[in-house]
Design a binder for this molecule. Sequence first.
Ligand code: NAP
Length: 262
Amino acid sequence: MSAITLNAPKLFDLSAQVALVTGAGSGIGQRIAIGLAQCGADVALLDRRSDDGLQQTADAIAATGRRSISLAADVTVKAALADAVLRTEKELGPLRLAVNAAGIANANPAEEMAEEQFQTMMDINLKGVFLSCQAEAQAMLKHGRGAIVNIASMSGVIVNRGLSQCHYNASKAGVIHMTKSMAMEWVGRGIRVNTISPGYTATPMNTRPEMVHQTKLFEEQTPMGRMAHVDEMVGPAVFLLSDAASFVTGVDLLVDGGFCCW
Ligand code: NAP
């Protein structure tokens, strides 16, 4: 056996690294942003929300002793993302890590869906992730180092029974394959890019009161018999961003309670 030089627990340490998280004012992005800070990162928080979501995330990060900045921005606007990366590097330091979680969901039968509804979904869920990756990678490529995680969905792999959301499913399939494509473009230049594809997860996106009936079905359809808690997205994100995943790129990590097995 060769000498053991690896310090395994240190693999997940993100100390003194700078991260940018989109969709950081709610749900999965919010919880992952706090989780990255708990692992030692300083975090730039981006969201379009005008409520106190970003402030809540910032307060939770302050309690960990790490730094954060809040960026009110729309991921469909290229210049806003360039500015966000610029501010992140100016105020926190060289950008090393990114999680792109901003997204929307809605439903409508395909034969009735207005072109505008389809387009808005693509603009936010697919183009927004593209523009985010582009701005983040431009900085990371300069430093020759970085890791990006895009939040896709199991809906990019399966079709959710009973949900008429062809535009959402197509946007998420697009995110998964776009991520693999970017991973291959940047593979020799120090940047890793992967997706996490959550199954049904209890967030404001799908725990609205009018969703109660739907939520029960989500739980019944999931082999583990429940939806994911947002906490359960943190470990996969930390893994993919950290040195523990140094040989992992272009992967779609399903975090779905077994959903895609059935
Ligand atoms: P969420 O609680 O609604 O969080 C998404 C955040 O992104 C919200 O704060 C939202 O703001 C923001 N956002 C939306 N469009 C934006 C834009 N154009 N620019 C900047 N910010 C924007 O939803 P979530 O459940 O955490 O979803 C996070 C990601 O996980 C999404 O990509 C979603 O598709 C994916 N996902 C979720 C589930 C699930 O079951 N929850 C399952 C699989 C995948 P607004 O509230 O103003 O829209």
